[in-house]
Write a protein that binds this ligand. Structure first.
Ligand code: V0V
Length: 144
């Protein structure tokens, strides 16, 4: 079902501070930044290389406001790993298969994720304590 781990998502209270730590102390590179109003987040994608194919990636995710799922996560758990994102070739197909296998997906239809990707999530209660994001890359990203 899954191609690879697309990214691991970390909830952070302050995006700039988190980017600074990850670049200056840990040596990650900032690949991309974006605000996703629908998800209530500001995110920075960090990578180990320039190209998608050679990157291990982590996504730093900060809340845009108090209603954000990330604000709720931070209040409950503090900063740390919030999600594991699995890359898939066909999100609609994988969503259908997982639903058939009894998993609750959070959205009836795919929503927009980082860099124009299509995303959905498996509920952490069904995925044994891990919020699983499913990511289908936009078509042009696959050519890199
Ligand atoms: C909640 N729970 C988690 C969890 N969040 N367990 C593991 N990992 C997490 N991240 C557990 C929590 O401990 C509770 O367990 C139970 O689920 C209900 O949690 P809650 O605090 O009452 O929270 P809810 O139910 O209000 O919300 C949880 C869900 C929410 C997963 C439904 O966070 C959500 O809709 N997430 C999907 C969207 C999202 O995370 N967006 C931000 C990233 P107990 O205490 O009952 O045992 S945006 C993104 O990734 C983008 C844009 C991208 O990648 O491109």
């Amino acid at each position: 079902l899954f191609i690879c781990i697309d990214h691991v998502g970390l909830a952070v209270p302050d995006l700039d501070e988190a980017v600074k730590f990850h670049t200056e102390v840990l040596g990650w590179r900032e690949l991309h930044r974006e605000v996703n109003e629908e998800q209530g987040v500001a995110e920075a994608m960090m990578g180990t290389g320039d190209q998608l194919a050679e990157n291990a990636r982590i996504q730093l995710i900060a809340p845009l406001n108090e209603d954000s799922t990330i604000a709720k996560f931070l209040a409950k758990n503090g900063q740390g790993i919030q999600q594991m994102a699995y890359r898939v070739a066909d999100l609609d197909h994988v969503s259908a298969v997982l639903r058939e296998r009894g998993m609750r997906l959070l959205y009836p239809e795919a929503r927009r994720g980082t860099s124009g990707s299509r995303i959905n999530f498996v509920h952490p209660k069904d995925a044994r304590g891990v919020l699983l994001e499913l990511v289908e890359l936009p078509k042009e990203a696959e050519e890199h």
